[in-house]
Ligand binder design. Structure first.
Ligand code: AHR
Length: 496
């Protein structure tokens, strides 16, 4: 195969920060995400605090997850918070109608979630029930969480073991209100948002960042109506959901582990659509909000494949391959490059569900290829964005083309420069020449993630088949840099 060339110019002329909240995670009451994921049976032979798995906590702390969205997803709009507080044995049970029809015993509720966030050192992002809940219910949940008053509901929190207000800040007003969250029109939802948000109060020291339930993929009208009908000062963010479906067909999405080069190509082409979506939704937001006060919050993204054969289809359990690492890296590059508007994002869904960071099998756990991308990219969190221009050769399959190379760059508070590079071409390495304008550095090191086959995965028998490794082959040439990036790989360079 031919060796291709790409060129990248990086300039130190931006004043944007890549918000750490772009690296957020999502954990729904779905399948084995919470139950038998984060939250395990008392007799599970792993280190635990209460029933929270500490090996998972330790692994997630390592990648500095900044926030965790909960309790859904579709589950959020049938969740009633009062069912999940107080003595566990007295909590009501319900059926999780969205996800497998299993019994939800509510043993993991508000206090358990906030303890998990405390252990993770991350901010909670709660998605509240608009679809089947009431204004009163949402309003009281916020009071329960954040008020230090003598009101009955604030006293209840104290009696339940948390004297201090939790000071939750990120607050989702419904989820997918165009679908499972109530099948609303954008006009109706915008009115509902205004009403619910009016009673979502700020308590002392706990101002809320209210996030409106946003568009499904290319539903630009949803964004238009929300931006037009909701006063800007009422919402901190407006969300967007987009999943990469390998085949593009929701009824036969494609396997997580067995796919052809053609299907790999269509997966990556679908993944890169995020660029167009973010650009177009941002352009609509710019019309109403040129000062970019409202954040675009991509609070569900990732690859969604067919479930693993033999697992409950309602549990959305899927393996995670090198392909998924390329999806994560390319998507995070897109978000970094749009950090003027994208201030928050959550990968769906952390443990054992969809594009997970961690898979578990009883007391065993493994880190997926996607986990290593979040580890390699954590250096961009809250770093100064560096403008980047990429000229890439195409990766061509069946006459269709996508750019082989995508990238993003930032400079952290200590002056270190980080450049993340992705080569999507399954066969050809690419020689990348990088010019850095207005930036000084003398030493380079880096990390790479790749594997022999695009379908390679980590399994419980071979949990470390794919992992990041040192990369020391970048060459300095004056103020330029040359890197040969192998086929189907991701590199993050550190220049200092
Ligand atoms: O992440 C799985 C589901 O996808 C979520 O519950 C829902 O919001 C979306 O449709």
């Amino acid at each position: 195969f031919a060796q291709n060339n790409a060129s990248i110019t990086i300039s130190n002329n931006s004043n944007q920060i890549i918000s750490k909240h772009i690296y957020g995670q999502f954990a729904e009451h779905l399948g084995r995400g919470i139950y038998d994921g984060f939250w395990v049976d008392e007799d599970m032979p792993v280190a635990k605090q209460d029933r929270i798995r500490l090996d998972i906590v330790k692994a997630l702390k390592q990648i500095n997850i900044p926030n965790l969205r909960w309790p859904g997803g579709c589950f959020a709009d049938e969740y009633h918070w009062r069912d999940g507080i107080g003595p566990r044995e007295q909590r009501p049970k319900m059926v999780n109608t969205n996800w497998g029809g299993v019994t939800e015993d509510n043993s993991f509720g508000t206090h358990e979630f906030l303890k998990l966030c405390e252990l993770l050192g991350c901010e909670p992002y709660i998605a509240a029930n608009v679809g089947s809940g009431t204004v009163e219910e949402m309003s009281k949940w916020i009071e329960y969480l954040n008020s230090n008053s003598t009101s009955t509901v604030a006293q209840m929190r104290k009696q339940n073991g948390h004297p201090e207000p939790y000071k939750v800040s990120f607050w989702g007003v419904g989820n997918e209100s165009w679908g499972c969250g109530g099948n609303m029109t954008p006009e109706f939802y915008a009115d509902q948002f205004r009403r619910y948000a009016s009673f979502a109060k700020n308590y002392p020291g706990a101002p809320l960042k209210k996030i409106a339930s946003g568009a499904n993929a290319q539903d630009y009208n949803w964004t238009e109506v929300c931006m037009k009908n909701i006063p800007l000062n009422m919402m901190w963010g407006l969300s967007l959901h987009y999943y990469t479906i390998p085949t593009g067909n929701w009824s036969k999405k494609g396997s997580a582990t067995k796919f052809s080069e053609q299907e790999y190509f269509s997966t990556m082409a679908n993944c890169l659509k995020m660029e167009e979506l973010v650009t177009k939704h941002s352009a609509i937001m710019d019309k109403y909000d040129p000062e970019k006060r409202v954040a675009l919050v991509v609070d569900e993204w990732g690859v969604w494949t067919d479930p693993e054969p033999g697992t409950n289809p309602g549990f959305l359990y899927q393996q995670n391959s090198l392909r998924d690492a390329l999806i994560a890296a390319s998507t995070l590059n897109i978000f970094n490059n749009h950090c003027d508007r994208v201030k928050m994002a959550e990968l769906a869904q952390t443990i054992n569900v969809l594009q997970a960071l961690i898979l578990t099998d009883k007391d065993k756990m493994l880190l997926t290829p996607t986990y290593y991308i979040f580890d390699m990219y954590k250096v961009h969190q809250d770093a100064k964005y560096l403008n980047i221009k990429v000229t890439s050769p195409d990766y061509v399959v069946g006459g269709k083309r996508i750019p082989a190379v995508n990238a993003s760059a930032s400079q952290d508070s200590t002056g270190k420069i980080h450049i993340s590079l992705v080569n999507l071409d399954m066969h050809n390495p690419v020689t990348i020449r990088i010019v850095l304008n207005g930036l000084k550095w003398s030493k380079i090191n880096g990390q790479i993630l790749t594997s022999a086959n695009i379908t390679d995965v980590n399994t419980f028998d071979q949990p470390s088949k794919i992992h990041s490794a040192d990369f020391n082959s970048a060459k300095k040439d004056g103020d330029k840099l040359t890197v040969v990036i192998p086929a189907k790989s991701i590199i993050t360079l550190e220049l200092n």
